[in-house]
Design a protein around this ligand. Structure first.
Ligand code: NOJ
Length: 536
């Protein structure tokens, strides 16, 4: 790992989705004990930091992104004491720890929301959320036309007739950030986790939080005005306040900068960069890169625009291929027509050539790790897992499936428990036990377990380990494109060169010594869908 205080500027960060990483207590659901038992995998992989998706007390209406208590751990995952031990063990291995913070909304089982429902209209308790009377003669129409990102109206009615707003599921009421009590509560939650030694926070829906004054109908706004519950100017004051808190902890222990990474979807490059000003967030996920199809011209543009937007504020870019909300890379890149990704259409079941997808995923992994800034690895991508698209519909747990009226199959297919060892499910997911994981694993994953790939030089795991071992040599060297055919992405950073061939014909290699290749070369040429790293 990188030891400098500014570790985050170049870090490789691995996302653990706790319910699917490893199960320590044999109940089929991943947990903190399972993570602790598998920390060695992450150390050997060669990453710098781990981002943990939420593990807080939660009724799990949205797999933990519906938090009932931000200061405790849900019993399905373990205890606060176990998490404290895990933070210490990760640090002992030289791995930093980033926890997920979910400030836009909480759970409908959070003490605040229960109190709000009980207290009734006009109460101090309701003022922590967005409660409004309905419209129409009987008040039985929602207060405005805002929709939920998970489908259907964004408003749900309580027994006394008022409605509350939820950007996601009805079980995830949005908090009212215009209320100082909400602001102060989150200051305290940040401190709670910083006091437990975390190195940073991933901010869920960081562009949400602040809603436009008066909660105007979208239909009443100028075309192109953007949603009145996204990217509102007031959100920046929150992050300046949070940055001051993190900086306080950094000042007390300057070798370890405490950082934020924002989930920011939607703004244009300048709007995006505003979140990354030096007194706001340190970094943010690069969704443009994630959404981008495996096409050279579009990738080149995204890379250039990313670098330019971040240069405006001196922030390091991030390179993200996947997370727990999107179709796995191997499946996406194996689609024969269009390889991009959109939240509004996951193209579930569109045919995918997994061999082609795997070749491209290998090339994309090296490309993303060669680019300047930080890189994210979603658990299981280092094993080359594909999206599980043939889950029985009655096993689906993602609220999107119900909320969309069974038209959108949601995100369960990228959340299937990881295969660790052995030749049949649950592939070591439940330790020594044979309890099936909370979603069934494909039997074909027997060749994709960490055990099966360990020591096989041709495996995805070996490629990730090798690439993460070389990656620190890129350091913080700036990137310069090299002359190449348009379908080849070739650039130099310091002494290293990265060449990705996205064309159909083999491409020439620039001069240099080969350090690593995502696949076999073709008579000294870079074959289609292959990335090669060279030392100049
Ligand atoms: C983004 C998270 O990544 C996703 O999993 C979640 O459903 C929504 N935010 C709501 O919290």
């Amino acid at each position: 790992m990188t030891n400098s205080a500014a570790w985050w500027r170049t870090a490789a960060i691995y996302q653990v989705y706790p319910r699917s990483f490893a199960d320590g207590n044999g109940d089929g659901v991943g947990d903190v004990a399972g993570i602790r038992a598998r920390l060695g995998h992450l150390k050997t992989l060669g990453i710098d930091a781990i981002w943990f998706s939420p593990w807080y007390s939660s009724p799990m209406a949205d797999a933990g992104y519906d938090v009932a208590d931000y200061r405790d751990i849900d019993p399905i995952f373990g205890t606060l004491a176990e998490v404290e031990a895990l933070i210490g063990e990760a640090h002992d291995l030289g791995l930093r720890v980033i926890v997920d913070i979910v400030p836009n909304h909480c759970s409908d089982q959070h003490a605040w929301f229960r109190a709000a429902v009980a207290a009734g209209p006009g109460s101090r308790e309701r003022a922590r959320f967005h409660f409004r009377p309905g419209r129409g003669a009987n008040g039985d129409l929602p207060p405005n036309d805002w929709q939920s990102n998970f489908g259907g109206s964004g408003w749900t009615r309580v027994a006394d007739g008022e409605y509350y707003f939820h950007m996601f599921a009805p079980e995830q009421p949005d908090l009212n950030w215009a209320n100082p009590a909400v602001v102060e509560e989150f200051d305290d939650i940040l401190r709670f986790w910083l006091d437990r030694g975390v190195d940073g926070f991933r901010i869920d829906v960081a562009h949400g939080l602040v809603k436009a004054d008066g909660l105007p109908d979208i239909a009443s706004l100028e075309p192109g005005a953007g949603k009145p519950y996204e990217d509102q100017p007031g959100v920046h004051a929150i992050y300046r306040r949070w940055r001051a808190i993190a900086d306080e902890y950094t000042a007390a222990d300057p070798k370890r900068e405490r950082v934020f990474v924002g989930e920011i979807v939607g703004p244009d490059p300048e709007g995006f960069a505003r979140y990354l000003r030096s007194d706001e967030l340190h970094s943010a996920f690069n969704f443009d890169f994630l959404f981008c199809p495996w096409e050279p011209a579009r990738l080149r543009t995204v890379i250039d625009e990313t670098n330019a937007a971040h240069a405006l504020v001196g922030a390091p870019p991030t390179w993200v291929l996947a997370n727990h909300d999107v179709t796995r890379v191997v499946t996406r890149y194996g689609r024969l027509d269009y390889t991009g990704f959109g939240f509004d259409d996951r193209r579930h079941g569109v045919p995918s050539d997994l061999e082609l997808g795997t070749r491209r995923a290998r090339a994309a992994a090296l490309l993303s790790m060669a680019l300047p800034g930080g890189v994210y690895v979603y658990q299981g991508d280092e094993l080359g897992l594909w999206e599980v698209e043939d889950l029985d519909d009655d096993l689906r747990q993602d609220p999107i499936w119900e909320r969309s009226g069974h038209t959108e199959r949601g995100r369960d297919g990228c959340r299937v428990p990881l295969p660790w060892s052995g030749d049949q499910p649950p592939f070591g997911f439940s330790g020594q036990g044979d309890t099936e994981g909370w979603l069934p694993q494909p039997t074909g994953w027997k060749d994709y377990t960490a055990e099966a790939q360990d020591g096989d030089p041709a495996s995805m795991l070996s490629l990730y380990r090798a690439a993460l071992a070389v990656r620190p040599e890129f350091g913080d060297a700036p990137m310069a494109w090299l002359d190449s055919a348009p379908e080849v992405l070739a650039f130099r950073r310091g002494d290293l060169i990265s060449v990705s061939n996205l064309g159909t014909e083999p491409a020439e290699l620039p001069a240099g010594t080969i350090v690593l290749a995502s696949g076999p070369l073709d008579d000294g040429m870079v074959p289609s869908d292959t990335t090669v790293w060279l030392r100049a």
